[in-house]
Design a protein around this ligand. Structure first.
Ligand code: C5P
Length: 406
């Protein structure tokens, strides 16, 4: 992730998790952001402003009044930066913002702010469960602020429950949504990822080398760009991308059911999963015993999910993937025709640095109409961004056609 010099105002309020905001500031800076910290008075009881000044290289704003304060900061700061992240956000701070109270520098900045805001609550589990707090959060969400769910675990007060500040990596991931151009806002995007597992017996299955990394990168980047994303994933070792609704499946037929259930509601399907083409014809209920020197199995073809959803298409943009070892472009074009795709992403899986399991990919984007676009070796997130650029263009031209027809 590259925040590319964007300016983030990091608001720190007075909960014990304030010390974790120091790590968050470092992570944001590590991603290329410039961070300006504003602390409430109680936050300074937990961590000194000097810590943040040293980490960010910028003066920390702490008060509206006093010899060191800038008389216009309370208006300017929330308008000059690219995004505001408040972590941790206490129940008190959330209540004041919900009620329109500006009784210190940070809450007054929030009243005048024009930039996108991420609120990262952290508090005791009972406070979190308090209907007043939940009502206040609902008001903030209703006003378009992005609110993270706290994590579950042991809390500073000794209790175990919901209320921990989310991990810094997740906050950075959520902040990325504030900083990206929201060119997929309001779009429903369905992504499939990973391999499928096709059982022979209770302990053995047929699968392939897919890691799910390209599909997860697509889900992540689509969410950052404003989409509502559902990820239907075969078994992988990857963490669920923040903000994305995840549906876990095992077999091709499980995946088929989930894709078909979601497809009518979406604008875009990105079918990055490596769906097993065949499954064992018979699944043994008991573990198969070693008996002979040779063994033969019968396999049955799995449903081709993409071919089936093509028949259900009502304006959706459908993107398929072709992992090939030979005749890359010709094979990809054949699949595009057969599966009625709008775009196919072709990759040569012979290369060790491209395709399965690695973090990089070299692909060619082949649209139904127009020339193929060969891309250089890129990270899977960069490849995802290029694919989504084409998807945005396809959605815009679809919407333009609809407008003409109306
Ligand atoms: O024909 P092939 O499996 O190479 O096609 C690849 C594309 O088709 C991928 O987008 C994959 O997710 C999709 N596919 C599918 N159902 C299958 C096999 C592949 O939707 N049974």
């Amino acid at each position: 992730m590259d925040f590319n010099g964007k300016r983030i105002l990091l608001g720190v309020t007075g909960g014990i998790a304030a010390y974790k905001a120091a790590e968050l500031a470092r992570r944001l800076i590590g991603c290329g952001a410039r961070v300006k910290v504003v602390m409430t008075r109680s936050a300074q009881e937990f961590v000194g402003p000097l810590t943040f000044a040293a980490l960010t290289g910028e003066k920390v704003a702490t008060a509206m009044f006093g010899p060191d304060s800038d008389p216009l900061e309370h208006v300017a700061l929330g308008q000059e930066v690219d995004a505001i992240v408040v972590a941790p956000a206490t129940a008190n701070f959330i209540g004041k913002v919900a009620g329109g109270i500006g009784d210190d520098l940070l809450t007054t900045i929030m009243l005048a702010a024009t930039r996108p805001v991420l609120i990262c609550p952290a508090m005791n589990a009972e406070m979190w469960a308090n209907p007043v707090v939940q009502g206040n959060l609902a008001r903030l969400k209703g006003r378009g602020l992005l609110v993270m769910e706290p994590a579950a675990g042991s809390l500073a007060c000794g209790a175990v429950g919901l209320g921990r500040l989310p991990e810094a990596d997740l906050i950075v991931e959520a902040a990325a949504r504030l900083l990206c151009v929201p060119d997929l806002a309001g779009r429903q995007v369905l992504v499939t990822a990973g391999p499928t597992h096709e059982d022979f017996d209770p302990v053995r299955f047929l699968t392939n080398r897919s890691s799910g990394k390209q599909g997860y990168a697509l889900a992540k980047v689509a969410w950052r760009r404003g989409a509502d994303v559902t990820l239907v994933s075969g078994p992988t070792n990857l963490p669920a991308p923040y903000g994305v609704k995840c549906v876990a499946v095992r077999s091709a037929r499980d995946m088929q059911a989930m894709v078909k259930a979601h497809f009518p509601e979406v604008d875009v399907l990105l079918m990055a999963a490596a769906v097993g083409d065949y499954r064992p014809t018979q699944v043994e209920v008991r573990k198969i015993k070693r008996a002979h020197e040779e063994m033969a199995f019968h396999l049955t073809a799995n449903p081709d999910i993409l071919k089936q959803v093509a028949a259900m298409k009502s304006g959706q943009i459908v993107v398929g993937f072709a992992a090939e070892t030979h005749d890359l472009e010709a094979e990809a074009r054949r699949k595009m025709r057969e599966k009625h795709l709008d775009l196919i992403v072709a990759n040569d899986v012979n290369r060790p640095d491209s395709g399965f399991q690695v973090d990089t990919n070299e692909v060619t984007l082949i649209p139904r109409v127009g020339d193929a676009v060969p891309l250089p070796l890129l990270s899977k997130e960069e490849v995802a961004a290029k694919i989504l650029d084409q998807v945005v263009a396809l959605l815009e031209s679809r919407d333009g056609d609809h407008a003409k027809d109306a």
